[in-house]
Design a protein around this ligand. Structure first.
Ligand SMILES: NC(=O)C1=CN([C@@H]2O[C@H](COP(=O)(O)OP(=O)(O)OC[C@H]3O[C@@H](n4cnc5c(N)ncnc54)[C@H](O)[C@@H]3O)[C@@H](O)[C@H]2O)C=CC1
Ligand SMILES: O=C(O)[C@@H]1CCC=N1
Length: 270
């Protein structure tokens, strides 16, 4: 049976998902998109061969609705959608913070809702997407959600109570690594290297370290110890990181991200 999937509010995350799904074999003719602006809809059609529709048309036509608007826009979108969504549709939310109960309260009783937190490496099929079922979502709904988000990377099921923490870790996670690369590139400049060379050195080191973290089976502490020679260079750098409280700063930063995710729960917090 053909399953039509609609992405509503196709911005950065929505388009990355769309592109990954098409790459994984979804027929563009089975994919519908909605956008606020006409030019954006035309752009999506030209780039991916998908069909732009209105939010109401998507609700009536698609079997699965993936809502990828900003948390603050979700209430307005749901007001628009609610009269048109039959209860046999699966509604997937990709928004930070907003609980499945927010959707269940606004959609017809019994509508299955799944909450997903993905991340921007979806653009290169290396996303980490964490998936939680709402009250009426079945095992089949979770499997279908995994099929969709599996097109852009790894998936993991978690209880919804862990979603805000996951948002802080993997949802926002890529930003912390980009920030680190930016800061380390600045350090390279301080040490007299041209920016482009410093950038290349750090990026390749990041890729190598990421592959070792994923593939070596070693604990990160062991991997770091292997780099840290007695009376060598690395331990001098580590001492500075510790004395500047970088570990504590990271813990506090992720706690702040988790708290903000909780705060977004009402879907209206600017
Ligand atoms: N950017 C990121 O790294 C991540 C974002 N998210 C979540 O994904 C969602 C989307 O984020 P982005 O793609 O970064 O935002 P974005 O701003 O690029 O995309 C949202 C799109 O929704 C459109 N939109 C808003 N209201 C609409 C409506 N009523 N009808 C149709 N289109 C509408 C906007 O015009 C925009 O194009 C957010 O809820 C965010 O919390 C999740 C994981 C990572
Ligand atoms: O910053 C944000 O709110 C979104 C959600 C996770 C990553 N970006």
């Amino acid at each position: 049976m053909t399953q039509k999937v609609a992405v509503l509010g196709t911005g950065k995350i929505g388009e990355a998902l769309l592109s990954g799904m098409i790459g994984a074999g979804w027929a563009p003719t089975d994919l519908l998109v909605t956008a606020r602006r006409r030019e954006r809809a035309d752009e999506l059609r030209a780039r991916h061969g998908v069909t732009p529709v209105t939010n109401a048309e998507a609700a009536k036509t698609a079997d699965t609705l993936i809502l990828t608007v900003k948390p603050q826009d979700m209430g307005t979108l749901l007001d628009e959608l609610a009269p048109h969504v039959p209860t046999d549709r699966l509604v997937i939310s990709g928004a930070a913070g907003i609980p499945t109960s927010f959707f269940e309260e606004r959609l017809a009783p019994g509508t299955p809702v799944v909450r997903v937190m993905t991340n921007t490496p979806a653009l290169v099929d290396e996303a980490m997407s964490v998936i939680s079922a709402g009250t009426h979502a079945t095992a089949a709904h979770l499997t279908h959600t995994e099929e969709i988000f599996g097109a852009v990377g790894k998936t993991l099921r978690v209880p919804e109570s862990q979603q805000d923490a996951c948002t802080a870790l993997s949802g926002s996670g890529p930003a912390y690594f980009f920030y680190l690369v930016e800061a380390m590139t600045d350090a390279g400049i301080l040490l007299g290297l041209p920016r482009d060379k410093a950038h290349d050195l750090i990026v390749q080191s990041a890729i190598g370290a990421a592959k070792m973290l994923r593939d070596s089976g070693e604990h990160p502490v062991k991997l770091r110890e292997n780099v840290t020679s007695p009376a060598g260079t690395t331990i001098n750098a580590i001492r500075e990181l510790e004395s500047h409280g970088v570990r504590a700063a990271l813990i506090a930063a992720l706690e702040a991200a988790r708290d903000r995710s909780r705060e977004l729960a009402s879907g209206t917090k600017d």
